[in-house]
Design a protein around this ligand. Structure first.
Ligand code: LLP
Length: 415
């Protein structure tokens, strides 16, 4: 299913006109397709059905309560990385037994909150963290289930900022350390080591790094499984990429499953997956209105009302997001799409063939459902965008546009 299609030359989100939504709710505006979200989840569930994985949606990709609820209703659990995400997930009604908690720097307060909720497990990144979870659990008279994060040292062939499974990355522990830490944890009060975790990076379009990583941890999995009854789970993380650029070959879940399922079946463990971008990315657009079209030296700048504070990925990772006119046009122009923020790095596209649209027209920035709103900020005192969830011909505001008062909430003016 295509979430965003043209009907009578106007871009629609499912059955709702994007132009109408922009008129009603203003711009910049995030619009999501509920059916697309669920379709992605279903595709993954079906592709991996042979190992019956627990798919834990990675909330950092898009943490709006309604988005979390959508995936939860589709049968997913969640992968969280903070007390804030735990709070959101519980508010959205996610069953605690389907919550896994990752991250290198969990505080005692976050650990205790998760222990009280009785989450499925913590993924643990260091010996220090194991001890801290154990201490917190003993204090609360409970036991924390933990899965050690292995750093398998594979190259995920992605942007260096989103590579996480190489030796030089801060994430995980090398296999020899994990073996020792697991052994010690078995004897420790307050923790129950239940498995291993890995997450090698994000926006991965090639199955090979996943295959390599699983192959690398297989001997350790077998060894620990045979030695310890509590060892039951392998969490293979997220990282499945989507097709941002015209030349990107999307990673089809069936193609990935074909390579991974035989390896996973052989392990005979409960499999957990933590996709974020794959589930949420393609189901979202950022709609922005052109303010000015400006010629400068040899370049054309399309100045829009969305900026790096709304969608950081182009500025931060030089990420490519497809950009299309909401009112279909064949006319193109070479140039940049830039925002109003006072930084040269404030662009949504650079040196690209773009739709040639005049001021006041709308543009849609595609593949913005993941790491879009969640990475947005108030930089330059810009209120954050509204978010809309579309389901067939229904559109609901799932986050109101921030108001000026929201910008100063919590600030205290000196006498
Ligand atoms: N699990 C863990 C432990 C993670 O650290 C991440 C993402 C995921 C799962 C989900 O990864 P995904 O399936 O979405 O690739 N802001 C960056 C992406 C950062 C990803 C961080 N970790 C971007 O906009 O590309």
């Amino acid at each position: 299913m295509q979430a965003f299609t043209y009907r009578n030359q106007i871009l629609h989100a499912e059955d709702v006109s994007v132009e109408d939504l922009a008129e009603t709710y203003g711009t910049p505006l995030y619009i999501y397709s509920r059916r697309k979200f669920l379709q992605q989840l279903k595709g993954l569930q079906q592709a991996f059905a042979a190992v019956d994985p627990l798919i834990c949606y990675s909330v950092k990709a898009n943490s709006n309560l309604s988005v979390i609820k959508t995936f939860s209703e589709g049968g997913a659990g969640v992968d969280i990385v903070s007390g804030g995400e735990l709070f959101r997930a519980r508010r959205a009604g996610v069953d605690a037994s389907k919550i896994v908690f990752a991250g290198v720097g969990k505080t005692s307060a976050e650990i205790e909150a998760a222990l009280r909720e009785k989450i499925r497990f913590f993924t643990v990144e260091s010996e220090g963290e194991t001890e801290r979870i154990a201490q917190c659990a003993v204090r609360l008279g409970t036991v924390g289930r933990i899965a050690f994060r292995v750093n398998p040292d594979v190259d995920p062939q992605t942007h260096r900022y989103i590579s996480t499974g190489k030796q030089e990355n801060k994430f995980g522990m090398d296999p020899a350390r994990v073996r020792e830490a697991f052994k010690r944890a078995v004897a420790m009060p307050g923790v129950e080591p239940v498995g291993l975790h890995m997450h090698i990076g994000s926006q991965i379009l090639n199955p090979d790094p996943f295959v390599e990583a699983i192959r690398k941890v297989t001997p350790l999995c077998r060894e620990l499984r045979d030695k310890y009854d509590s060892f039951k789970t392998l969490d293979i993380g997220g990282g499945l990429g989507i097709g941002y650029e015209p030349d990107d070959q999307p990673l089809e879940p069936t193609a990935l499953a074909e390579r991974l399922v035989p390896l996973l079946q052989e392990l005979d463990l409960q499999i957990v997956m933590e996709p974020g971008r794959y589930l949420a990315g393609e189901g979202g657009i950022l709609v922005t209105r052109v303010q000015y079209v400006k010629d400068s030296y040899h370049k054309k700048f399309i100045v829009v009302d969305a900026a790096m504070n709304d969608l950081l990925r182009p500025s931060f990772y030089q990420a490519y997001h497809p950009i299309a006119a909401v009112r279909e046009t064949e006319k193109t122009v070479l140039g940049d799409v830039v925002g109003p923020i006072c930084e040269s790095g404030d662009f949504l596209a650079q040196d690209r063939t773009l739709p040639n649209v005049p001021a006041n027209e709308l543009l849609a920035v595609h593949c913005a459902g993941a790491y879009g709103f969640t990475m947005s900020s108030n930089y330059n005192s810009r209120p954050r965008a509204a978010e809309i969830l579309v389901d067939r011909n229904q559109a609901r505001v799932i986050r109101e546009r921030e108001k000026l008062d929201d910008l100063i909430r919590g600030e205290i003016m000196e006498d």
